[in-house]
Ligand binder design. Sequence first.
Ligand code: SAM
Length: 256
Amino acid sequence: MRIDILTLFPNMVKGPLKESILKRAQEKGLVKINVLDIRSFTHDRHRTADDAPYGGGAGMVLKPEPIFEAMESIKSKIKNQKSKIKVILMTPQGKRFDQGMAKGLAREKHLVFICGHYEGIDERIKRMVTDEISIGDYVLTGGELAALVVIDALVRLIPGVLGKEESIICDSFYSGLLDYPHYTRPGKYRGMRVPKVLLSGDHKRIARWRRKEALRRTLERRPDLLKEIKLSNEDKRLLREIKGLRPRGVSDLEGE
Ligand code: SAM
C-alpha cells in the first residue's frame, strides 16, 4: 500500500511514523508513507498556503491551488495512471471513523490524506476528494493527528504487519465485542491475583473464560454493540450466566 499525507506541518506527522508498528510496516515494505509539505506547492516568495475567507470572518482558509498541485504531482509519479486512489479529507464534518472503515481502508492500494488547518480548506478541493473522515465529535487544531489515528488503525490491519494475526482478531471491535482482560507475570501483585483459570493450562476453559469476559465487558460498557452481532448459542448461555451475577471488579476475579 502507498499512503501520501498532505500537510502544512510535516513534523507533526513524521515522528509517529518512525516508531513501533508504523515503522515496522514500512521497513517490511508493506506500506510506503510519504509526507508532502503543502507549502512546497506554492509559488510565491512567502510560500503562502492560506488566505482570509471570502465574506469576512475570523481565521484563515487553506488555498486550493497548492493542494490541487500536490495531488497532480502525486498522480504524475504513479506508474499505473488508471489505478484507483482514495483521497481522504480529514474533517470533523466527515463520516465518523470506526473499525469497519479501518478494515475497508486496509484493503486499498493507495490512500491520500489531506490535513486541514485553521478554519479549514477552500471548499473547491472537494472535487478531488473521495471520502471525508472525522475521528469524533470534537474539533482539533489540524487534520494531522486525525490522519495519524486513521493510518495507525488501518496499517495494523494490513496482512503481515502484526506478528500474530490473532492479536487483531481478539481486539475490541474486530469481531464486534470488546476485548477480554489481559494479565501477565507476576501471578500475584499487591494482593491482586491473576484469575486461576489462566494458569490452568486448560485451553478450552481459558477460551470459554475469555469469551465470557469479552461478553461481560461489552454488556457492561457497550451494550449497543451486542445488538449488532450474531451471538452463538454458547454466547447466549454465557450472557445468561453473566446476567445472573453482579458485575465484578478485579478483586472479585481473584478466586477464578
Ligand atoms: N471550521 C472547521 C469546522 O468546524 O468544521 C474546523 C476546522 S479545524 C480547526 C482544522 C482542521 O482540523 C480541519 O480542516 C480538519 O482537517 C482537522 N480536524 C479537526 N477536527 C477533526 C476531527 N474531529 N476529525 C478529523 N479532522 C479534524
